[in-house]
Design a protein around this ligand. Structure first.
Ligand code: SF4
Length: 329
């Protein structure tokens, strides 16, 4: 039985957060004084969860955090995941999201372990602005070195994600376009979502898809690229063919209708949606000695509870029960 929710959406993408610790304090995510962490699990526990979920139809696994490169043993875990096969016998599409601070040293070992692709979260191409957003001095050069090391290692596609927040970095749109062309990376702009600790989100803090396209168009015309329905990004190429950007617009252009994702938090809970108000405790069942079959049945039941969509900006919007750093994006 393959995982399908009650809206007929096939669940094929799994995101596993392997820690909610982070070495950055990005303004749109965490304050740095958010109190107790949920903590993390031994890698064999995540591996068992991934093995069972792969048998239920998962084809892509993205490793997230907090900051996953902080976890010792990550390379070995990725190597083990690389041995898994999806229901058709194919190798899994293994990806990782990182803030890039530790990537320069780890890019090649990650690639050798079986990682296919990496996404680096980077919200400015100006070192001072970068420090202002991450609230950690001197990170820009380390992240840039990480991006270049990932490209040399052949981690591809190599994406750079930038969360745009009005009043913080919307003036970085064109510099980022230039950066993507020069560095040969695929740029993804993300609309700011209400998942941060400071609760500073408001509709007017969102820089929308239309604004991004119009601003980037002042630099060079964009041509839209057809994209898969389950893809979260709308994709564009510059008119001369050099460089690709994407825009993930969950606020102005929600894509919930084709959502194929579920998440496992660092403490082993299933989250059926980024904006869920529920956690479903898979790890507790494991700790109680449940069999693989019992865990599979639990997962199938949980997926039937997957939310149809988010309600951002609507009167009945209820903030998610966890903030981004404790979910893992
Ligand atoms: S908000 Fe929830 S349902 Fe919508 S795309 Fe994101 S995870 Fe899927």
């Amino acid at each position: 039985m393959l995982l399908t929710d009650k809206f007929g959406r096939a669940i094929t993408d799994l995101r596993i957060s392997v820690t909610d610790r982070c070495n950055y304090k990005c303004v749109y995510c965490r304050t740095g004084n958010e109190g107790a962490l949920y903590g993390d699990l031994p890698f064999p526990d995540y591996f068992r969860m991934a093995r069972i979920l792969t048998g239920l139809g998962i084809r892509k696994i993205r490793i997230t955090g907090g900051e996953p490169l902080l976890r010792k043993g990550l390379i070995e875990f990725i190597h083990e995941l690389g041995q898994l096969r999806d229901v058709d016998g194919n190798a899994l599409d293994l990806a990782l999201t990182t803030n890039g601070h530790l990537l320069a040293e780890m890019a090649q070992p990650l690639k050798d372990a079986g990682l296919r692709r990496v996404t680096v979260s980077m919200d400015a191409v100006d070192p001072d602005r970068f420090s202002r957003i991450t609230r950690v001095p001197g990170g820009y050069d380390k992240v840039l070195a990480g991006v270049r090391a990932a490209r040399r290692a052949g981690l591809w596609p190599l994406k750079v994600n930038c969360v745009l927040m009005r009043g913080f970095n919307e003036d970085q749109i064109i510099p980022f376009g230039m950066f993507a062309r020069e560095e040969g990376v695929i740029l993804r702009f993300i609309e700011f979502m209400p998942l941060e600790e400071d609760r500073v989100w408001a509709p007017n803090t969102v820089v929308t898809l239309e604004e991004i396209i119009s601003r980037m168009g002042e630099y060079r015309p964009l041509v839209e690229i057809p994209h898969e329905r389950s893809e979260t990004a709308r994709r564009y190429r510059f008119d001369d063919g050099i460089g690709e950007i994407g825009i993930i617009a969950p606020v102005s252009h929600p894509f919930c209708g084709h959502c194929s994702r579920i998440r496992i938090t660092s403490d082993g809970k299933i989250r059926t949606c980024l904006f869920s108000v529920w956690d479903h405790d898979l790890h507790e069942l494991m700790a109680r000695g449940s069999s693989d079959e019992e865990l599979s049945n639990f997962i199938c039941d949980v997926v039937q509870k997957k939310e149809e969509r988010h309600h951002i900006g609507e009167a009945d919007f209820v903030p998610a029960s966890r903030t981004m750093v404790h979910i893992g994006g």
